[in-house]
Design a protein around this ligand. Structure first.
Ligand code: ZN
Length: 90
């Protein structure tokens, strides 16, 4: 069982959350018309081993999006903060 520490609700089972993708990817600038850039952003993913930043939404709780720092090997979560803080790429 994976417990995700929601910054608003506290620790909850991962079944209450929806995975939202890699939070370390930078979205192309608004208005960018380069199709290859968007294709790569939407469809190409890394498969990291170790520490990783991910978007998760607490769909069965507060419905807020958050950035969770999770080790993909040990499943240990070192941090979780609201995504609206804008610190995903910090
Ligand atoms: Zn929550």
């Amino acid at each position: 069982m994976l417990l995700i520490p929601c910054p608003h609700c506290g620790p909850r089972d991962h079944s209450e959350f929806r995975y939202g993708g890699d939070a370390s990817k930078k979205r192309p600038a608004h208005g960018t018309a380069d199709a290859k850039l968007w294709h790569d952003h939407v469809f190409l993913f890394d498969n990291p081993k170790g520490a990783h930043k991910e978007y998760w939404q607490h769909v069965l709780g507060c419905r807020q999006w958050m950035v969770v720092e999770r080790d993909t090997v040990t499943q240990a979560i070192s941090a979780a903060r609201p995504a609206r803080d804008g610190t995903a790429h910090a």
